[in-house]
Design a protein. Structure first.
Length: 123
């Protein structure tokens, strides 16, 4: 009985190996191909293309267009002046004392938290 079980077990292992071997082989080949392509692109092709791009005039024009668009945005922010209604202006000036009170309270809470952390670390 023991010989039959062993032979069936060996047959089972042989069948599993025969069925799984092509998949394992295909996976190993695909993994090897992926690793080679990744190395080739990361360390050979991509730096070469990046160097070509940086040496071309397109890179310089791209940098120039970024600088120009930044200046345009900066000056457009100063040029846009909207008309503020008088009710909004009076509400903002009336809320100055409230903002100061809230700011002092927030500052006091932050100082209290930092003092608590400092005392907790000290003891």
């Amino acid at each position: 009985m023991n010989r039959i079980v062993n032979s069936l077990y060996m047959l089972h292992i042989a069948l599993c190996a025969a069925v799984l071997f092509p998949f394992v082989l295909a996976f190993r080949l695909a993994e090897s191909l992926f690793n080679q392509l990744y190395y080739l692109f990361s360390f050979k092709i991509a730096p070469y293309l990046l160097n070509l791009y940086k040496q071309s005039r397109l890179w310089l024009s791209f940098k120039a267009s970024r600088v120009i668009s930044a200046f345009m945005l900066f000056f457009a922010a100063f040029a846009a002046k909207a008309e503020v209604p008088a009710s909004v202006t009076s509400a903002i000036t009336g809320a100055v004392t409230d903002v100061g009170t809230i700011g002092a309270a927030v500052l006091g809470v932050i100082i209290a938290i930092m003092a608590f952390k400092w005392l907790r670390k000290a003891f």
